[in-house]
Write a protein that binds this ligand. Sequence first.
Ligand code: GMT
Length: 381
Amino acid sequence: MKIGIVCYPTFGGSGVVATELGKALAANGHQVHFITYSQPARLDFFSANLFYHEVSISKYPLFDFPPYELALASKLVDVIRFEKLDLLHVHYAIPHASAAYMAKEILKTYGIPIPVVTTLHGTDITLVGKDPSYNPVVTFSINQSDGVTAVSQHLKEDTLSHFNIVKDIKVIPNFIDLSRFSLKPREHFKKAIAPGDERILIHTSNFRRVKRTGDVIRIFQKIQEKIPCKLLMVGDGPDRVNAEQLCRDLEVCQDVRFLGKQDAIEEILSVADLFMIPSESESFGLAALEAMACSVPVISSNVGGLPELNVDGVTGFLDDVGDIENMAQHAIYILEDNARLDTFKSAALARAKEFELSLILPLYEQYYQEVIDTVNEKTDT
Ligand code: GMT
C-alpha cells in the first residue's frame, strides 16, 4: 500500500504516534510518505520505504497569518497525484482533516479518488475543537473523512457528545514498540541522579496547563516528607518557568532536575521508580504507556482515556484531578516497600505489553483496507 501521513512533526503525542506508525508500516513493506512542515522529530533514519515531503509556506508582507492549510492542501494534491497514493491518513483534526478534504475535492477534478482517514488524538477535540470558532469546520471535516479513528473509547464518546458526527468512529489505542523500551537501567545514570539510592520519580510532558505540572511538584514535596526521593522533569513548554518557580517556593530545587526535551526518553524512564501524570484531561496518555513499557508504575488522574490504560491498584493508582493528597499517599504506598514496588513494576510492564506495536499495527492495516474498499465500491457505482 502507498500511504500518505500528515501530522505535527513535533515531540507532541500525536506526532510521535503518527511517526512511529509510519515507520512500522514502512518496515512492514508499505511505502509511506510524510507530508509536514518539517522533518518529524522521530523520523531520524533512512529507509527505502520512507519519504518526506516538506510543506513550505511563503511569507508575504500581506499575510499576518501565512495560510498553512492551503499550502498543505496543495502539497497533498501534488504528492497524491504523482506518487499515486492509495490512502491519506491525517493525524489531529485541526487543520489536517480540512486540508485533506480540500485536497480530496481538488483531486476529484483529476478523476483521482483518495480515501482519507482522520485520527483524533485529544486536544484537537477536547481543547481546540470545542472552541466555537472551529466547531463547524471540525464537525464538517470529520464527517467528510472516509474513516475516523480515536485513540480511546473516552475520546470517541467525547467527540460524539460534543459534535454532530454521523460517521462511525473506530477506537485504535496508542501503541508502544517494546523492543525500544525494554532497556536495562543505566547504573551510572541512576547513581548520578540518586547518589544516595533515593527513589526516582519522573514526569514527561510538553508543560502545558492541561498537564498540571504544579501538581507534580506538590505531590513530590509530600512524598519527600516520608521517602527520600528525586524528581526528573522532562520536556519543555509554557508552564516550565512556573514549575521551576514553585520548586524554589517549596524549597525542593536541590532534588528536582529539569532536563528539557530529550530524544532518548527510554534511557531516562528506565531508571525511574514512579511516573506522575496528574493531567486535567488526557485522551490516552502515551507518556504513561512509555513509562509502563519501562516497568514504571503510574500515578495518574482518573480522566479521559487514562482509566483505559492505568489499572487502579495494579499498575498504579488513579485519583481525582487536583487530589494531590491522595496521589501522594498512593505514591508513598507504592514506594515504601521494595517487594510491593516490584509487583507494581511487573504489572505496569505486563499491561504495556497489551499495547505492543505488533498487536495494534494490524488494526490500522485492516482499517485502511476496509476504507479503501468502501471508497472503491462507491466510485464504481
Ligand atoms: O499531550 C499533549 O498535549 C500532546 C497531544 C498531541 O496531540 O500531540 O497528545 C494527545 O495525543 C496523544 C497521542 O494520541 C495522547 O496519548 C495524549 O493523551 C493526548 N493529549 C491529551 O489529550 C492532553
